[in-house]
Write a protein that binds this ligand. Structure first.
Ligand code: AHR
Length: 635
C-alpha cells in the first residue's frame, strides 16, 4: 500500500473508540470462535484478470513507448507518425507494400528525403501513446528495421525531443544502415531533465535519399529489467495486490469479433518481427508485442499461477465452430499451447519456448475453455467443452478445466461466473454463495466489479466490492478464485472502452482506485481457514468476514460499513485470546462519489493504525462509509 499516513498507536478499548455517539445505540455483536475452523480458505482466492482492453498493454503495462510501431496505415496516414522537414529539408512519406523486413511485415514506411543535410534533417516523428514519459538520467533502449537505397543516405539520427521547447533530451546516431533489411539498436540517455510525458521520438537522415523503416521500438527500464518488458509502476501496483493467479488472455480478447480474429497464440511468440498482430474486439489493433510468453513471464515476475484461457470456437458476433472435425484444429492448438507453456525443453513446443528465451517450463493448474460461452445461443458449448475436456484430460489429467457456462454431460472441474453490478446489487447479493451446492463444480468468479465511477471506481463502488468480497471469503471453500475486471485503463481521451477499471494511468503516472485499495487490503490480510463467526444486530449494509492464518496465528477481521452512519460493533472472541499488539487498516471516505484520479491519486488510501488490545471484547466504532481490516495476533 502506498503513501500511508503515519502509524498512530491507539488503545483498542471502549474508552477510546467512543466517537460518533449518535450511531445506533445497541452495538452489533460479532462473535468469533477462534478455536472452531469451519472451512478452508482457498490459497488462490484473489488474482488478476487481464486482456487487451482500454490500452491495457498497448499504451499500458507493456512498456513499449512507440505507438503504431509497425506502421499500419489508414486514411489519415500513419497514426502516431508525422513527417519531419527541419530547416530547408524536403521529404515525403508513403506506405510501400512491396518491401518489408519479414514475411509478416511485407510492407513498410518509405521516406523519400529529396533534400536533407546536417543542418536540415528530414524524417519522421512518433508521438507515443499519448506522450512519451521521460525521466532524468535514464537509459532508453530502442531498435528499428531499416534499409536505404544507397549508402549516400548516411547515418540515422534518433532524438528524444521535448514537445514544448523542442529541446533534444537524448540523442543516438545509428551508422550506415545498408541496402538490405536489418535490425539496428540504439541507446538514448537523458541528462538532468524534468520528468514529463510531453516528449516525442524523432528519426531523421542528413542526406538526400530513400529509406524504408519498420518495427521501431523504444523501452524505458522495465520491471525486473526484462527486454520487451513491463512498466515498473504498474507492476508494483499489481504486486501489492498479492495476486495468486493471472487469468489471460481474455475475456472477449480471447474470442475476437469473428472466428478469424481468435487469439492465435502462435502468432504472438518469437521475435517481434514475426508477430503480425491482430484486430482486437476492443476497437484497436493489437501488435502482440506483448504475447503469450510475455503473459507467462508476467506471471513469473509476480509469482502468479497462469490461468490459461484457450480459444474454444466461439467468437463475439455469434459465430461458432461446429464441434467435431471442424473444431479439431483449435483443440490441437490448445494442446500445443499448453505444451508451449508447460512442456519440457524436449517437447516440440517446449523446445520452441526455450528458443524464445525461457527453457524453464511454467506450472499450470487451471485451463479455461473459452469465455462467456453462455452467449453462444446455438447450444454448441456442451459439445465443444466436451471435445476440449476429453483431449486435454487425456494428455494432461492433472489439469483442472474451467467451463465458462453451465454444461451438461461432463461435470466441469470449475465454473467461471461473471458479475458486473451496482453497489446496491452487491450489498443485496453478498450472501450469494452461502447456499451454493458444495457437491457441484468449484466456482471461479473470473470477472466481477461494482460498476460505479469512471474511468475508475469511486468509493461507493469500493463499498460494493468489499461487501461482495466478504461473501467470497466466507465461501472460499467453494469459490476457489476471483478476479476483478477490467484491471487496467489508460485514462487519456479515447483510450478506454469499458468503465470502471481498477487502476488508471497515462504515459507517466498511475493510480489505484478506492476499489484497488479494497482489493489490496482484502488480499493482504487473508487467512487459510475460516473460524465460526456470527453477527447479531448488524442492521443494514454492515458486512463482515473473519479468516485465520493457522501458521502465523493471526486473525483477520474485515468489516464493511456501507451506510452513511458510524456503526458500533463489539467483537467477541471465544476459544482464544489475543496478544495486545494489533493493527487496524482503514479505508474510508465522506461520500460514495469520493474517488481518486490521475491528478489526485491518493485522496482515498488505506491508513494503518497500531492497536492495543486491552479487553476480551473489542468495542469499535466503524466510521460511516468505511472498509476496515483488523490484523490481530492470537496467543
Ligand atoms: O471485462 C470486460 C468484458 O466483460 C470481458 O472481455 C468479457 O469477458 C465480459 O463480457
Amino acid at each position: 500500500m502506498e503513501k500511508q499516513k503515519p502509524v498512530v498507536p491507539i488503545v483498542f478499548s471502549a474508552c477510546l473508540l467512543a466517537a460518533a455517539a449518535h450511531a445506533q445505540t445497541a452495538p452489533a455483536i460479532l462473535t468469533v470462535h477462534a478455536d472452531q475452523p469451519v472451512a478452508r480458505v482457498s490459497p488462490t482466492l484473489y488474482g488478476l484478470m487481464t486482456e487487451e482492453i482500454n490500452h491495457s498493454y498497448e499504451g499500458g503495462l507493456y512498456a513499449e513507448m512507440v505507438e503504431n510501431n509497425t506502421f499500419r496505415a489508414d486514411w489519415s496516414g500513419f497514426p502516431g507518425w508525422y513527417l519531419v522537414e527541419d530547416g530547408q529539408s524536403q521529404a515525403k512519406i508513403s506506405l510501400d507494400s512491396t518491401t518489408g523486413p519479414s514475411r509478416q511485415f511485407a510492407s513498410s514506411m518509405r521516406i523519400d528525403a529529396t533534400s536533407a543535410s546536417a543542418s536540415s534533417p528530414a524524417g519522421v516523428l512518433n508521438t507515443g501513446y499519448w506522450g512519451m514519459a521521460l525521466h532524468p538520467n535514464t537509459v532508453y533502449r530502442g531498435s528499428f528495421y531499416a534499409k536505404d537505397d544507397s549508402a549516400a543516405v548516411g547515418p540515422v539520427t534518433v532524438n528524444l525531443v521535448a514537445n514544448q521547447s523542442g529541446k533534444v533530451l537524448a540523442r543516438a546516431v545509428v551508422g550506415d544502415i545498408g541496402t538490405e533489411w536489418g535490425e539496428h539498436h540504439f541507446t538514448l540517455k537523458t541528462g538532468a531533465i524534468e520528468t514529463s510525458a510531453a516528449n516525442h521520438l524523432v528519426i531523421t537522415v542528413t542526406h538526400s535519399g530513400t529509406m524504408w523503416l519498420n518495427l521501431v521500438t523504444l523501452f524505458p527500464p522495465t520491471y525486473h529489467n526484462r527486454p520487451n518488458g513491463t512498466r515498473i509502476d504498474l507492476m508494483e501496483k499489481l504486486a501489492a495486490m498479492h495476486p495468486a493467479f493471472l487469468r489471460f488472455p481474455g475475456g472477449n480478447y480471447l474470442e475476437g469479433d469473428h472466428i478469424a480474429d481468435w487469439y492465435d497464440w502462435k502468432k504472438t511468440i518469437g521475435p517481434l518481427v514475426t508477430r503480425p498482430g491482430h484486430p482486437s474486439p476492443w476497437e484497436y489493433w493489437s501488435t502482440d508485442g506483448f504475447g503469450l510468453l510475455e503473459f507467462l513471464e508476467w506471471c513469473e515476475d509476480l509469482h502468479m499461477q497462469p490461468v490459461l484461457a484457450v480459444y474454444a470456437g466461439y467468437s463475439l458476433q455469434h459465430e461458432h465452430v461446429n464441434p467435431g472435425p471442424d473444431l479439431e484444429p483449435y483443440v490441437q492448438s490448445a494442446l500445443e499451447e499448453i505444451e508451449y507453456a508447460t512442456g519440457s525443453p524436449e517437447t516440440k513446443w517446449g523446445t520452441q519456448r526455450a528458443a524464445d528465451g525461457h527453457p524453464q517450463p511454467f506450472h499450470i493448474t487451471y485451463v479455461e475453455i473459452g469465455n462467456e460461452d453462455w452467449f453462444d445461443k446455438s447450444g454448441s458449448y456442451d459439445a465443444r467443452y466436451a471435445q476440449f475436456y476429453k483431449a486435454i484430460k487425456a494428455k494432461y489429467p492433472d489439469l483442472q478445466l474451467i467451463a465458462t457456462a453451465p454444461v451438461s454431460g461432463i461435470r466441469p472441474d470449475v465454473l467461471d461466473e461473471h458479475y458486473y453490478l451496482r453497489a446496491s446489487e452487491f450489498f443485496n447479493d453478498a450472501t450469494h454463495y452461502d447456499k451454493t451446492d458444495r457437491n457441484g463444480p468449484k466456482i471461479f468468479v473470473g470477472e466481477w466489479a461494482t460498476r460505479e465511477g469512471t474511468p475508475t471506481p469511486n468509493f461507493g463502488a469500493a463499498l460494493g466490492d468489499a461487501a461482495w468480497m466478504t461473501g467470497l471469503e466466507r465461501n472460499s471453500d467453494i469459490v476457489v478464485m476471483a478476479s476483478y475486471a477490467p484491471l487496467l485503463t489508460n485514462v487519456n481521451p479515447g483510450a478506454m472502452q469499458w468503465a470502471p477499471d481498477l487502476i488508471g494511468y497515462d504515459a507517466l503516472r498511475s493510480y489505484g482506485s478506492p476499489s484497488y485499495y479494497a482489493q489490496v487490503m482484502f488480499a493482504s490480510y487473508l487467512g487459510d481457514q475460516r473460524p465460526a463467526a456470527t453477527i447479531e444486530g448488524a442492521g443494514t449494509r454492515l458486512f463482515y468476514s473473519v479468516t485465520e492464518d493457522s501458521v502465523k496465528k493471526r486473525l483477520y477481521i474485515k468489516l464493511v460499513n456501507a451506510t452513511s452512519d458510524p456503526r458500533k460493533i463489539d467483537i467477541k472472541l471465544i476459544g482464544g485470546a489475543l496478544e495486545p499488539e494489533g493493527r487496524l487498516v482503514l479505508l474510508s471516505a465522506q461520500d460514495t462519489q469520493a474517488t481518486n484520479t490521475i491528478d489526485r491519486p491518493v485522496n482515498i488510501v488505506p491508513v494503518e493504525k497500531a492497536l492495543r488490545v486491552t479487553e476480551d471484547t473489542l468495542h469499535y466504532d466503524a466510521p460511516a462509509y468505511s472498509i476496515q481490516v483488523f490484523d490481530l495476533k492470537l496467543r
